[in-house]
Write a protein that binds this ligand. Structure first.
Ligand code: ZN
Ligand code: ZN
Length: 233
């Protein structure tokens, strides 16, 4: 309650402005309605790889995911990795811009309801290796999960998933990403009957999310879904 009062007081003292056009933001968010509508939203995508489906096609998995089913039971991205979203993600990751993380997290929370609602759902921000975490000072996936946690979603205990050091996926071509990430995660603990909702900033090939899903299912997770801010197309 104290937190909510402080938030309200702050929004009165410092009304939010749109990051893009400086018009007043809506409900303490740094974005006006017009700019919100013009963001590169992704709709009608494959639930296996989050890539757009042809506009006239029926909902369902794309041909690629039918041929090679992903480990993820469901996967969706809020945006295409395009301006201004790509700039915000880079600012969050490389310029310590945590207000960008807050805005991206709010936009994710607007849309991120898990596909399977019948079982208990726990959020798992994709872990960083501890050396990367020490360099950056925070895990961006954890930062963008905050608005979801504030809306009452449960956090999967972060310590039970460890990430070993691997080469940064972004340095590698797509065909090497799957082998690079293989064995990068280990899980201690039992996840029987739980649905895990993975949260991350960018999805490129999906190799990291699918490897994590594979390991979580081996530890007993009944279902693993992923919600990311942006998908590279
Ligand atoms: Zn605006
Ligand atoms: Zn697909």
């Amino acid at each position: 309650m104290v937190y909510n009062c402080l938030k309200k007081l702050r929004s009165i003292l410092y009304p939010s402005r749109c990051r893009l056009c400086l018009a007043p933001g809506r409900s303490a968010r740094e974005l006006c309605d017009d700019c919100h509508a013009e963001l590169p939203w992704l709709n009608h995508t494959c639930p296996g790889c989050a890539l757009p489906l042809p506009a006239d096609s029926a909902p369902g998995h794309c041909a690629q995911c039918q041929k090679r089913p992903p480990q993820l039971d469901h996967c969706a991205a809020v945006f295409a990795y395009r301006p201004p979203v790509d700039h915000w993600i880079q600012a969050m990751k490389f310029n310590q811009d945590l207000t960008a993380a807050r805005l991206l997290g709010e936009l994710l929370a607007e849309t991120a309801t898990p596909d399977a609602t019948a079982m208990p759902v726990s959020i798992l921000p994709v872990p960083l290796h501890r050396r990367r975490l020490a360099q950056r000072g925070y895990n961006q996936a954890r930062e963008i999960s905050r608005p979801l946690l504030e809306r009452g979603m449960a956090l999967a205990e972060g310590r039970f998933v460890r990430r070993r050091a691997t080469r940064a996926q972004s340095d590698l071509p797509a065909r090497l990403r799957r082998t690079n990430i293989r064995g990068a995660f280990s899980v201690a603990g039992q996840l029987e009957g739980r649905c895990i909702l993975l949260i991350d900033d960018v999805m490129t090939t999906g190799a990291t999310l699918n490897e994590l899903a594979r390991v979580l299912k081996r530890a007993g997770a009944a279902r693993v879904e992923a919600r990311v801010i942006a998908r590279t197309l």
